[in-house]
Design a protein around this ligand. Structure first.
Ligand code: PLP
Length: 452
């Protein structure tokens, strides 16, 4: 299997090369040359553990990694998840289920991809003998999940920039209390966009990226998307046959479009009878797009579900490639138009692939109250965005993307008591280790050089 760029101006990459590059050199995103048909494999996958299923799935996408090695990698990646099912499926009614994706080390779904990506980086270091510097910017969850994926890995040093005072206190602790010598949590003044700009400018200096062997940790890496396909398959396999026969709608809290895109790709690979609903908060670029066919960026308004406060979904380009029938010049022209005008009219190309809904902050609060009253179940604010408007005919599977304990203030306002989690409680006693820097690319480069 080789990987092509959505913009069509990058030579084919192997899986390992595509993972290492992250973004394609032509500015596009990598996609596999074809999607394998998994339908005939589903019966034999039904009895596998989560890690075994992940290994068998990845064997279809990266032949340069042996099946044996995949099994070792996924066994290790999912060993730190606290639940025996890794991604347990909780039944509310015969027609309504929640797929809990928050039992990993940082209590959000991003651990599914980043625990594995950390091990893929380690494998690369072992093969090349070169130390790797990993750099990223975060508004919270990605940074902590990335840090915990690289924690203590020999040959890897990770640098995460975040806006000072603008990530949740517990998210900051998850980044800055790891105690590991290869982790640098770096608060910078300004907003997430300022942190992101410094990271982008650092990657713009290719001499520097080569000098320190710099790799980007962000949501567009193809390994992350593929790792996320697995829990859709696992969730589907765990449903009773009667529930599957009705057809299954996965309802997915969405920001960068990475999570729900993975499910949609699994459907294109032959996961039978599944459909999707995109659930956004008040930052509703994707809801507006699926309702109107016009993709138009707006301003970001901070919400109760901060990990979805996004108005430009970085994984959207992969879906766009499919919408435009793989016409790479057209992808390029739409992306250029989007970049210059913040808008693209795709009404002529729309397909009925996704339903969508949007939820404002007041409704998030009300939904958390309602779920608590009806089910004694505590939703986090991101999951709450999805916990509504269930399909009357189909079986609904809501993806729970974070533990409510990560967002205690919002949840306590709704339920009357602060949710806690032992992992987070333990963090409160640990010293914060932060390396504050100015939001200046030269300062950041010097810091990376000095700490490799
Ligand atoms: C990142 C994140 C999301 C959004 O996922 P995307 O892949 O960006 O759509 C939703 N919920 C939580 C808790 C997250 O951390």
């Amino acid at each position: 299997m080789v990987y092509h760029s959505t913009r069509g101006q990058t030579p084919p990459h192997t899986f390992s090369q595509a993972v290492e590059a992250g973004l394609a050199p032509d500015g596009g995103l990598f996609l596999p040359e074809r999607l394998p048909d998994i339908t005939p494999l589903l019966p034999q996958w039904a009895g596998l553990s989560y890690a075994e299923l992940a290994a068998e799935f990845f064997t279809l996408f990266a032949s340069e990694v042996s099946r044996e090695e995949w099994h070792a990698l996924t066994a290790q990646a999912y060993s730190k998840f606290a639940h025996p099912d890794t991604a347990p499926l909780v039944r509310f009614t015969p027609q309504t289920y929640v797929l809990e994706l928050f039992h990993g080390p940082t209590l959000a779904f991003k651990d599914f991809a980043l625990q594995l990506l950390g091990l893929l980086y380690k494998r690369q270091v072992a093969q090349t003998g070169r130390k790797l510097a990993v750099l990223g910017a975060t508004s919270g969850d990605t940074g902590s999940a990335a840090i915990h994926g690289c924690l203590g890995q020999e040959g890897i040093v990770i640098f995460i920039l975040y806006p000072n005072g603008r990530v949740a206190p517990l998210q900051e602790r998850q980044m800055a209390c790891s105690g590991a010598d290869n982790v640098f949590a770096i608060p910078v003044p300004g907003t997430f966009d300022d942190a992101q700009r410094v990271v982008k400018e650092t990657f713009g200096d290719t001499a520097f990226t080569r000098e320190v062997n710099l790799s980007a940790v962000n949501s567009i890496n193809i390994a992350r998307v593929l790792a996320q396909c697995v829990y859709y398959i696992s969730g589907w396999l765990r449903l009773p046959a009667e529930a599957r026969e009705k057809g299954v709608e996965f309802v997915v809290p969405t920001g960068n479009f990475g999570n729900v895109l993975a499910g949609w790709l699994a459907a294109k690979m032959g996961l039978p009878g599944v459909s999707f609903r995109v659930a956004t908060n008040q930052n509703d670029i994707l809801h507006r797009f699926f309702s109107t066919g016009i993709y138009e960026q707006g301003e970001v308004h901070p919400s109760h579900a901060p990990s979805m406060d996004i108005q430009a979904a970085s994984n959207f380009e992969r879906y766009l490639w499919f919408l435009l029938g793989g016409d790479t010049p057209k992808v390029r022209s739409v992306m250029t138009e989007m970049k210059s005008t913040g808008r693209a009219d795709l009404r002529a190309n729309m397909a009925a692939d996704f339903r969508s809904t949007r939820m404002d902050d007041d409704t998030i609060q009300r939904v958390i109250v309602q779920a608590w009253q009806d089910w004694q179940y505590v939703l986090d604010p991101h999951t709450a965005c999805a916990f509504t408007a269930m399909s009357p005919e189909k079986t609904s599977v809501v993806l729970a993307t974070a533990s409510p304990a990560k967002f205690p203030e919002v949840v306590a306002r709704a339920t009357g008591s602060e949710p806690t989690h032992p992992t987070l409680e333990a963090l409160k006693a640990l010293p914060l280790r932060r390396w504050p820097l100015t939001a200046d690319v030269e300062v950041v480069k010097e810091f990376i050089r000095a700490h490799l």
